[in-house]
Design a binder for this molecule. Structure first.
Ligand code: AKG
Ligand code: FE2
Length: 282
């Protein structure tokens, strides 16, 4: 188990963003290699706050971004998204006036359709719109904790299918990725998962990928999923992060969901994302 929020770090400053979710991190320059001691504090803050917002950053060179990601584990290869030229581990988030869609517009945990979905995602925004383009996060530990005991007991025995064909087919065609070049994985995961590092339970369903609760009728599955989506998206669990240029967000996909807001059209927004491979949810 991680210690309660103390904010007693020596090498970084962690300023809580909201009482239960998120912290702004100061005092570390991610464009350079971080020391082992800094890394240990960052990792502790990541497990404590679920999403970190590194402020006052310079643009992180792709090699450095990849190296920082690898400190947390092997990197995750996205099944469908276009990668940065020369950097297959980097997924570029990009919306322009010509985009048909922007990434992540509905609540999700990244690539939860994979057998081993990513543990965390680190995104730096290096072309920002004049305003707008915020990203929202929702606390799935709190969403689980607030459920009643009978519902917790029922959900603890259930698993759900996470699918991706309805999301990934055609999605990246305007960015040069044909449907024949992409994978559309699906996987079954427990609805309640236990975080391997903190030992805390969280609700693990999301409106983007979760399509069916196994063992229930279609109408039971639909009704319960809708109840859980609405519960997990309640405003009390949310934060809304307003980016400054070169901020880097690093979120834990095992215990929080997120969604991007595309309110800045026709302005451009661009970022680079490195995703760290996770374990099979259990
Ligand atoms: O653009 C964003 O703020 C987030 C997009 C997204 O969902 C992601 O990178 O996983
Ligand atoms: Fe995402």
């Amino acid at each position: 188990m991680v210690a309660p929020k103390t904010n007693e770090y020596n090498l970084i400053e962690a300023k809580p963003f909201a009482p239960n979710l998120g912290a702004e991190i100061y005092g570390v320059d991610l464009s350079q290699a971080v020391s082992d001691a800094q890394f240990a504090e960052i990792r502790d803050a990541f497990l404590t706050y679920q999403v970190l917002f590194f402020r006052d950053q310079k643009e992180i060179p792709p090699e450095q971004h990849v190296a920082f990601g690898k400190r947390f584990g092997p990197l995750h290869a996205h099944p469908a998204a276009p990668t940065m030229m020369g950097h297959p581990e980097i997924f570029e988030i990009h919306a322009t006036k010509d985009s048909k869609i922007a990434n992540g517009e509905f609540w999700h945990s990244d690539v939860s359709c994979d057998e081993t979905p990513p543990l965390g995602t680190m995104l730096q925004i290096h072309i920002a719109p004049p305003c707008g383009g915020d990203t929202m996060f929702s606390d799935m530990y709190a969403a689980y904790d607030d459920l009643s005991e009978p519902i917790k007991a029922m959900l603890g025995q259930l698993s759900a299918l996470h699918s991706s064909e309805h999301i990934y087919k055609g999605r990246y065609s305007d960015r040069g990725k044909k449907d024949t070049e992409i994978d559309c994985p699906e996987a079954v995961h427990p609805i309640v998962r236990t975080h391997p590092d903190t030992g805390r339970k969280s609700l693990f369903v999301n409106r983007t990928f979760t399509t069916k609760i196994l063992g229930l009728s279609d109408s039971e599955s639909e009704a319960i999923l809708n109840l859980l989506f609405e519960h997990a998206e309640h405003i009390n669990y949310q934060i809304r992060f307003r980016w400054n240029l070169n901020d880097m967000a690093f979120w834990d996909n095992r215990c929080c969901m997120h969604r991007a807001i595309w309110d800045y059209w026709p302005a451009e927004r661009k970022g680079r994302r490195v995703t760290v491979k996770g374990e099979k949810p259990a």
